[in-house]
Design a protein around this ligand. Structure first.
Ligand code: PRP
Ligand code: URA
Ligand code: MG
Length: 232
C-alpha cells in the first residue's frame, strides 16, 4: 500500500506485484466474465488484508497446548459493515467477506446515466445498523466521475456516524477522487491504481471498460421501469 501524495487518505496498491498482475488481467480486453469476476474477488480479498493493516492491533496472550505465548487480536475486524454498490461490486464483496467474515452487509443500487450530466439513480438501499464503532467499507470497483460514490456516501452518512468510511475500488480517476475528497475529506480511498484521465463518456483511461458489463455481460434493454428510462 502506497499513500498517494495528491490527497490525504488515498492509498494505491502499486507496490504489490500480485495485485498488479490481477489488475493487468482485468484490463485485458480478452479476459471474459469468469476470470474477470474471479479477479474482482481476488481484489476484494487483497483490499481486505490491506485495510486490516490500518486497524488497531492489540497484543494478547494465548495458551498453546504446550505453553503461553504472545498473540494479537484486531478487534475492529469484527465491527465492519460492507456496502455493495450494484452491480460490479458483488464479486468484490465476496472477497471482502472472506476477510471480514463477521461483516454486516448493505446493498445499494446506483445506475449512472449518460454524459454530460452523469445523473445517478439510486432506487434500492438496504443498509444494516451502523454504530460509531464500525468501519464502513464501500465496495465499488470504479471511481470515474465520482458521481455514484458522492450519492452513495451522502446516503450512508444518514444511517450513522461510523468510526471510519473506506472506499475500496479497483481503479480511480484523478477527477473522481478529487470530487469525493472535496465533499467528504473524512472518507479514505483504497484503490489498485489511479489512472490517467476520463474520456468524454466518463470512462476511465486506460481503465478496464465497463466493469458491470464485463463481469455480468451486456444487459438487454427491455426494462420499462420509469426510473431507468428517466436517465438513459
Ligand atoms: O464514478 P462514476 O462516474 O459514477 O462511475 C462509476 C460507476 O460506474 C459503474 O457502475 P454503472 O453505473 O456502470 O452500473 P453497473 O455496475 O450496473 O454497470 C461502476 O460500478 C461505478 O458504480
Ligand atoms: O471506466 C468506467 C467508468 C464507469 N464505470 C465503469 O464501469 N467503467
Ligand atoms: Mg456499468
Amino acid at each position: 500500500m502506497i499513500k498517494d501524495g495528491r490527497w490525504d487518505g488515498v492509498y494505491t496498491m502499486e507496490d504489490s506485484p500480485y495485485l498488479m498482475e490481477v489488475l493487468t488481467e482485468l484490463r485485458d480486453k480478452e479476459t471474459d466474465s469468469i476470470p474477470f469476476r474471479k479477479g474482482l474477488v481476488k481484489f476484494g480479498r487483497f483490499m481486505g488484508y490491506e485495510i486490516i493493516k490500518t486497524m488497531e492491533i492489540e497484543k494478547i496472550t494465548v495458551e498453546t497446548p504446550l505453553e503461553e505465548t504472545e498473540g494479537v487480536v484486531v478487534r475492529d475486524r469484527k465491527n465492519v459493515v460492507i456496502i455493495t454498490v450494484l452491480r460490479a461490486a458483488v464479486p468484490m464483496m465476496e472477497g471482502l467477506v472472506k476477510v471480514f467474515e463477521h461483516a454486516r452487509i448493505g446493498i445499494v443500487s446506483a445506475v449512472r446515466g449518460k454524459a454530460p450530466e452523469f445523473r445517478v439513480e439510486m432506487n434500492y438501499i438496504k443498509v444494516p445498523h451502523i454504530s460509531d464503532e464500525d468501519t464502513v467499507i464501500i465496495a465499488d470497483p470504479m471511481i470515474a466521475t465520482g458521481s455514484t460514490l458522492l450519492e452513495v456516501i451522502a446516503e450512508i452518512k444518514k444511517y450513522g456516524s461510523p468510526k471510519r468510511i473506506i472506499v475500496a475500488g479497483v481503479l480511480g480517476s484523478p477527477e473522481g477522487i478529487s470530487r469525493i475528497k472535496e465533499k467528504h475529506p473524512d472518507v479514505e480511498i483504497f484503490v489498485g491504481k489511479v489512472d490517467r484521465e476520463l474520456n468524454d463518456d466518463g470512462y476511465i483511461l486506460p481503465g478496464l471498460g465497463d466493469a458491470g458489463d464485463r463481469a455480468f455481460g451486456l444487459p438487454v434493454k427491455l426494462s420499462t421501469l420509469p426510473q431507468l428510462r428517466s436517465i438513459e
